[in-house]
Design a protein around this ligand. Structure first.
Ligand code: FE2
Ligand code: FE2
Length: 500
């Protein structure tokens, strides 16, 4: 099984059920072989018309051999296709989990296609008046392509559409109109599923896809087979599009719980203050809660400025500092009106407490199953940046060789997605501007530019896909929102600057 280097290097991926890398490998291998065996049985029971004489003499002695050979060929195709893209296409970083998800979905669609074609032919009311070939326009590929776009990304959804179209067209006995229709319908569905923050939007995507599917099915039917089945082709195409929303809504929760994805719909559910973690944050650490809300607003504006995911930015920002829940008084935003506890602590002890909020946050995100995207952002939101606020206090220790500057760095990893980078920038900018006393917009802009430059020069953005143009646009968006927020804000104590 091919997996991208970048994905396997991602040490921040939460361990799957706490298994070691070696244990995960064997579990994945077992799962792959198990799935392969299940599909071989299904091919044997249900797909024999695909290899009627293919197994030849061997097939007479071992009837199962044709199904095993077909499973192997399909597995090889999917492995090469997604493996190549996962390694070489910059935005298609497929981890083993994604690979397994895509293969399962493609094979599921293959059998869904067979079910549609075989079962409809059995229904007398439809079976007698409609040519069998037209059933192919009901294969629910648009729904599956939408699911892939919503749960992974647009590039992967195109790759999936091509692979799944080839497999499903084989289930429809490999007819050209079926293949062309599936390629077109899958692309149309995926293209319209750009931002899906709620169920209504998903249904709307299906409604918008329906006319394209109807038109494509009617045109293909007419061009390949003449006028006989055009009306039925159009109707089936439209029904396929209309049903794609409900089918996608039914498939997504299963995929989310089985593979640990978090769709924008799930993210929106997590953004409600009824979630136990957010309600604890609000009650026990109102300073951190307020900071998180402001960071969320800044990050959302930054994401909108460069076409990143604003919902993910806003919701992940709400949770980015949940690791502070255990010891809220150690963080500046929760010290309003009280003394700074770090005044009586050694720099080493302060460092240990502050650094721990990242690890603790990742642990809590896993415990509350916030999903991998939020968990990764929590782990990356400080990257390997320096704890500037305690560095000055620790200078004598560093000079005496009792400590090193690297000890005052967060353990990382650095942000690996644009969304994680935006949250890092928003978080640091909010902490810096919070310490300014009633800043004018020009001061806010200067402070944000300083923070952006510092983070960039420190190499914190080396592992994500943010371009310099993006960086400039994010900085400008954050400045504008921060200037508006800072204009009417209450005063904050200045202690602990940068420990956001
Ligand atoms: Fe923060
Ligand atoms: Fe933080």
């Amino acid at each position: 099984m091919s997996v991208s280097k970048s994905a396997t290097r991602n040490s921040n991926r939460p361990p799957e059920n706490g298994a070691s890398p070696r244990g995960r490998y064997w579990r994945l291998l077992g799962l792959s072989l198990g799935s392969g065996a299940v599909f071989a049985v299904l091919f044997y029971l249900w797909g024999h018309e695909l290899f009627p004489r293919g197994a030849g003499r061997w097939g007479e002695t071992f009837p199962f051999v044709g199904a095993v050979a077909l499973t192997l060929a399909v597995a090889l195709f999917l492995s090469e296709w997604f493996g190549f893209a996962g390694r070489e296409v910059r935005k298609v970083r497929l981890a083993a989990r994604d690979f397994l998800f895509l293969c399962s979905l493609a094979l599921l669609l293959f059998f869904a296609a067979k079910a549609v074609i075989d079962l409809l032919a059995e229904i007398p009311a439809i079976g007698h008046g409609v040519p069998t070939r037209v059933y192919a326009y009901l294969i629910p590929l648009p729904a599956f392509a939408m699911v892939v776009r919503v749960l992974i990304n647009s590039e992967t959804s195109i790759l999936f559409t091509v692979a799944a179209s080839v497999l499903s067209a084989a289930a429809a006995s490999g007819r050209w109109p079926a293949l062309l229709f599936l390629l077109l319908a899958g692309t149309a569905g995926a293209a319209r599923a750009r931002r899906v923050p709620d169920r209504y939007r998903m249904l709307l995507v299906g409604v918008q896809t329906a006319p394209v599917c109807a038109l494509a099915a009617a045109a293909l039917e007419f061009s390949f087979h003449g006028g006989g089945g055009v009306l039925w082709a159009g109707i089936f195409g439209a029904v396929n599009g209309l049903l794609s929303g409900p089918i996608a809504l039914a498939v997504m929760p299963v995929a989310e719980s089985a593979f640990g994805y978090a769709s924008d719909i799930r993210l929106m559910e997590l953004s409600g203050t009824g979630h136990p973690l957010l309600s604890r944050l609000m009650r026990e650490t109102p300073g951190t809660f307020h900071h998180s809300v402001v960071v969320g607003t800044l990050a959302e504006a930054g994401a909108l400025a460069i076409g990143a995911n604003p919902v993910l930015c806003r919701v992940a920002a709400l949770y980015h500092d949940i690791g502070k829940l255990g010891k809220p008084q150690y963080y500046s935003e929760n010290q309003a009106g009280a003394g700074n506890v770090h005044d009586v602590l050694s720099p080493g002890l302060s460092r240990a407490v502050i650094l721990s909020h990242v690890k603790e946050g990742v642990r809590m995100a896993e415990e509350f199953r916030l999903g991998e995207r939020i968990t990764e952002i929590i782990g990356q939101h400080h990257g390997t940046s320096l704890l500037y606020c305690f560095l000055d206090k620790a200078r004598p220790m560093i000079r005496d060789g009792k400590a090193s500057e690297d000890m005052f760095r967060y353990p990382g990893p650095k942000p690996r997605t644009r969304e994680a980078a935006i949250i890092m920038l928003a978080d640091a900018a909010e902490a810096a501007v919070r310490s300014l006393d009633r800043p004018a917009p020009r001061e806010v802009e200067a402070a944000v530019t300083g923070i952006v430059n510092r983070i960039y020069l420190d190499g914190q953005l080396n592992e994500c896909d943010l371009t310099l143009r993006d960086l400039h646009a994010v900085g400008r968006a954050i400045s504008q929102v921060l200037a508006a927020v800072a204009h009417g804000r209450v005063d904050y104590p200045s202690a602990g600057k940068g420990a956001g």
